[in-house]
Design a protein around this ligand. Structure first.
Ligand SMILES: [Zn+2]
Length: 212
């Protein structure tokens, strides 16, 4: 997906020495090489990592031991570089959300350190904003091309999206740039996909932010 540089082979030594973490992403789901990453959480945001073996991109966080980063085949990569690559395949031209919808997006996302898991307790706002979603597999690896979808509603804990095609992946990265909104991207865990006429409503809860 993204061009890979040469791979050093010293990552291989790390493999066996690590105690298993519950949230570990040990191997790249695409090429099986040890990537030594962890799943992100509300308190530990994701950032983009590139598998230097196969070019897969993960939204994850690094594994650490005794305060030192463990070295897998994955290396940190700039978020904007990832998006630039993905956007090549999407239509050009900005499409902005209404001022009211931008305000609501900002209200729901901005400056929120803890986004919470109890989505029922949080007020939902109807927001129609075009956003870019990047389908992610269970190991938080980009597995399908980015798509432009419309938000239906958002709260501090989750969002519902509307799209003409089913997006079956369990996680989505959501980027707000296309809506003209300056917010950090987030990872959404899909909790429900519902067919509405010829389209789909995809609802989920926020897992974490993505730091560029
Ligand atoms: Zn790989």
């Amino acid at each position: 997906m993204i061009e890979t540089s040469a791979v050093d082979d010293d990552y291989a030594a790390v493999g066996g020495a690590v105690c298993a973490l519950d949230d570990a992403i040990e191997r790249c789901g695409s090429c099986s090489t040890p990537v030594m990453l962890r799943r992100p959480s509300v308190s530990a945001p994701a950032s983009p990592w590139l598998c230097r073996r196969c070019g897969s991109v993960f939204f994850a966080r690094p594994q650490e031991k005794d305060g030192k980063l463990l070295r897998g085949v994955a290396k940190p990569i700039c978020y904007h570089e990832v998006m630039r690559e993905l956007n090549v395949h999407l239509g050009a031209g900005a499409q902005t959300a209404s001022k009211r919808d931008v305000m609501r997006l900002v209200e729901c996302f901005a400056n929120r350190k803890f986004m919470g898991t109890d989505t029922r307790a949080q007020r939902r706002h109807i927001v129609a904003a075009p956003v870019t979603v990047i389908p992610l597999s269970g190991d938080l690896r980009i597995t399908a091309p980015a798509e432009r979808v419309l938000t239906l509603n958002v709260s501090g804990g989750g969002a519902a999206l509307f799209h003409t095609r089913r997006i079956p992946q369990p996680y989505l990265a959501i980027d707000f740039t296309y809506a003209g909104v300056n917010l950090l991207p987030v990872v959404l865990e899909t909790t429900r996909v519902r067919q509405v006429a010829n389209s789909y409503e995809i609802a989920g809860r926020f897992v974490c932010r993505i730091t560029p």
